[in-house]
Design a protein around this ligand. Structure first.
Ligand SMILES: Nc1ncnc2c1ncn2[C@@H]1O[C@H](COP(=O)(O)OP(=O)(O)O)[C@@H](O)[C@H]1O
Ligand SMILES: [Mg+2]
Length: 264
C-alpha cells in the first residue's frame, strides 16, 4: 500500500484517543455518562436520477455503550441511510451526531476516516471488499492502516478468518467467493481493529441459516466483550431470538423502540 493510495495514513496518529475508556479525564475516571452515539433531528435527502427522496425524516436516537440494537423495518424505509449517517459515510441535510459526547458536526472526511479506522467498524450490505486484494489483505489492511505491526495484523486476521469459517480462503480474491463468504470477510474486516461500535447492514442477509447463526454467535461474542452493535436486519427469527433492543423504521422515522423487543 503506497502513500498515494492512503493519503491520510501519515495523519493516523492517536489524535482521537479521547474516544477511549476515559473520555473525560485521566485514567481512573469513571466512564462518562454519554451515550456512545447520539443523533438529533437527523434528516437526509437523496438526490438521484429521479425526484429527491427524503430517506431519513427527523431521527432522534441514543445508543448506550454495550447495547446490541436491531434496526428493522421494510425495504426502502431508510435503514441503510441511517446507518451510513451514523458512520459518516453520508452527511445529513440537517441535524447532529455526537460520538461519546463529542459533536461531529465539524468533522471532515479525513477526521471521519480516522474515527472509522479506530472506533467504528462497518459491515456493508453489499460487502464493499477491495476486489483486487486477497481475502487476507482485505482484512489486514485496516489493521495496518491503524498502525498495527504486520505480524500482529497477520495473527489477528488468521484468528478472525478461522473463527468465521474462512480458513483456507486467505489467498482467494473476493470475486471467487460466494456471497456468504464475502459477507463473513466483511465482518472480519470490520472487526479487526476492535471498534467501540460496529454498524452492520444486514450482516446475515446473504447467509443460509446455519451460517447466519454462526455470524450471530460471533456478533454476540463481540458484544459480550464490550463492542456496541447496531445491526440492520429483516430477519425476524434472529431479532426474536436476541430479545434485545429493537428499533423499527418506517418511511424515514423511528416508529417503535423497545428494550427487549420482537419483530414481525
Ligand atoms: N444513493 C441514493 N440515491 C437515491 N435514492 C436513494 C439512494 N439511497 C437510497 N435511496 C432511496 O432512499 C430510500 C431509503 O433507502 P435505504 O436507506 O437504502 O432503505 P433500506 O435500507 O431501509 O432499504 C429508498 O427510497 C431508496 O430508494
Ligand atoms: Mg438497506
Amino acid at each position: 500500500m503506497s502513500r498515494a493510495e492512503a493519503p491520510d495514513a501519515h495523519s493516523d496518529n492517536r489524535s482521537d484517543d479521547r474516544f477511549g475508556a476515559h473520555p473525560d479525564g485521566p485514567p481512573g475516571t469513571p466512564p462518562a455518562a454519554h451515550p456512545i452515539v447520539r443523533a438529533r433531528e437527523l434528516v437526509k435527502t437523496h438526490h438521484g436520477e429521479g425526484a429527491p427522496v427524503k430517506a431519513v425524516r427527523g431521527v432522534d436516537l441514543d445508543i448506550e455503550r454495550g447495547e446490541f440494537v436491531a434496526v428493522t423495518g421494510p425495504s426502502g424505509a431508510g435503514k441503510s441511510t441511517l446507518l451510513h449517517l451514523l458512520g459518516g459515510l453520508q452527511r445529513p441535510d440537517s441535524g447532529g451526531i455526537w460520538f461519546d459526547g463529542t459533536s461531529l458536526d465539524s468533522y471532515g472526511e479525513a477526521q471521519w476516516a480516522v474515527l472509522r479506522r479506530r472506533r467504528i467498524g462497518i459491515v456493508f450490505q453489499f460487502f464493499n471488499l477491495v476486489s483486487n486484494l486477497t481475502v487476507a489483505d482485505n482484512v489486514e489492511l485496516p489493521a495496518l492502516l491503524a498502525g498495527r505491526g504486520p505480524k500482529r495484523a497477520r495473527a489477528d486476521r488468521a484468528e478472525l478468518l478461522e473463527e468465521l469459517g474462512l480458513a483456507g480462503k486467505e489467498r482467494s480474491m473476493p470475486g471467487e467467493l460466494s456471497g456468504g463468504e464475502q459477507q463473513r470477510v466483511s465482518v472480519a474486516r470490520a472487526f479487526v481493529n476492535r471498534p467501540l461500535i460496529l454498524l452492520a447492514d444486514e450482516p446475515t442477509g446473504n447467509l443460509d441459516s446455519q451460517m447466519a447463526r454462526g455470524v450471530m454467535e460471533m456478533l454476540e461474542e463481540i458484544n459480550a466483550e464490550g463492542t456496541t452493535i447496531v445491526m440492520v436486519t429483516h430477519d425476524s427469527n434472529i431479532v426474536n431470538q436476541m430479545r434485545r433492543r429493537v428499533i423499527e423504521i418506517e418511511n424515514g422515522q423511528i416508529v417503535r423502540d423497545q428494550a427487549r423487543g420482537v419483530y414481525g
